[in-house]
Design a protein around this ligand. Structure first.
Ligand code: AMP
Length: 308
């Protein structure tokens, strides 16, 4: 079975959307990525850190979805990373109300020995030096390194971020972040500039407007599935990344053609994530539900046209 290393935050989130408000619930980039990737037949390991305040029940939840948690360090006397956000009425934009790094501040990631030769490395959102630290521990160059990040790290650690970006094959960021990273409004120009920074493949996520995959002069676009109910978009980007990475790890085919399918899987999984608060929907997801939605996706985007 193919191995996948995931690094990212494992967190407490407090979320407010027009539909309601939650207190501290399970969140974090590695959590969403791991839950999403767990829908594929891959051997995945999460590398992260939590405090003594983190419930065992949450760790068990990840373990029960077949995510190896040996690489999640528990700092008994520390507090878990905390993030709080509030969504605007359109649900496509949000304000970050709080980011408390806590145990993340002095985190030194340790990749379990058994995963140091993984084929795919998914560098989820956290400090770029931690992302680089994970890459440095790989004993064999991964076949595919994917990086996700956000404006927070561009604001406080841009140089470190630019250094790690040089060393990855794929970057997945949202439109706003692509614009901030490159200073370009056009996403086509922004993608070209990101290519020049290192990654051969650039995925730009556009929330309810889908996702774009760029590779040199090739572009592929996948819409997001139009949904009746969107309760909480938190984690949709990470869920997309987890589906994308999980599918690629499972198939072991890293061509542009196969990445298109990976984008479809990512979008499909993200469409479930937003249906309930936090990780709730992802915890109970079944293969049958995924299959059904992929089918809907196919009919949404397929058409016949005769070009003479
Ligand atoms: P997404 O909605 O996909 O952008 O991801 C939301 C998740 O990212 C939440 O569960 C947060 O815990 C986590 N998160 C928020 N800010 C940061 C940050 N600066 N670094 C790492 N993870 C973060």
């Amino acid at each position: 079975m193919s191995k996948l290393v995931i690094v990212g935050t494992v967190a407490f989130d407090a979320i407010e959307t027009p539909f309601g408000k939650t207190d501290k619930i399970l969140g974090g980039a590695a959590t969403y990525i791991g839950l999403s990737a767990s829908n594929f037949d891959v051997d995945s390991s999460a590398v992260s850190v939590v405090g003594g305040d983190f419930p065992q029940e949450y760790l068990d939840l990840l373990k029960n979805r077949n995510i190896d948690i040996e690489g999640i360090e528990i700092v008994k006397e520390g507090k878990t990373f905390f993030w709080s956000g509030k969504y605007h009425n359109d649900m496509n934009s949000r304000d970050t109300l709080a980011t408390e790094l806590n145990v993340l501040e002095h985190f030194n990631p340790i990749v379990p020995d058994n995963y140091k030769d993984s084929d795919v490395v998914m560098l989820g959102n956290l400090h770029p030096l931690v992302q680089q630290g994970v890459l440095n521990q790989m004993t064999k160059k991964p076949k595919l390194a994917i990086l996700d990040t956000m404006n927070f790290w561009m604001d406080i650690a841009l140089d470190d971020l630019l250094s790690v970006i040089k060393n990855v094959d794929v970057i997945t960021i949202n439109d706003e972040e692509a614009r901030q990273l490159t200073g370009e409004y056009s996403l086509v120009v922004a993608a070209r500039k990101v290519h020049e920074m290192g990654p051969k493949y650039v995925v730009i996520k556009k929330g309810e407007h889908g996702a774009l995959l760029f590779h040199n002069e090739n572009v592929f676009y996948a819409p997001a599935l139009p949904l009746e109910e969107v309760f909480d978009p938190t984690g949709a980007g990470d869920t997309f990344a987890g589906g994308f990475a999980g599918y690629l790890a499972k198939t072991g085919d890293f061509s542009f053609e196969n990445m298109k399918t990976a984008v479809i899987y990512g979008s499909t999984l993200a469409s479930f994530c937003v249906e309930k608060f936090g990780t709730e929907r992802m915890q109970s997801l079944t293969d049958k539900e995924i299959y059904k939605r992929l089918d809907q996706f196919k009919s949404l985007t397929q058409f016949d046209i005769e070009l003479n």
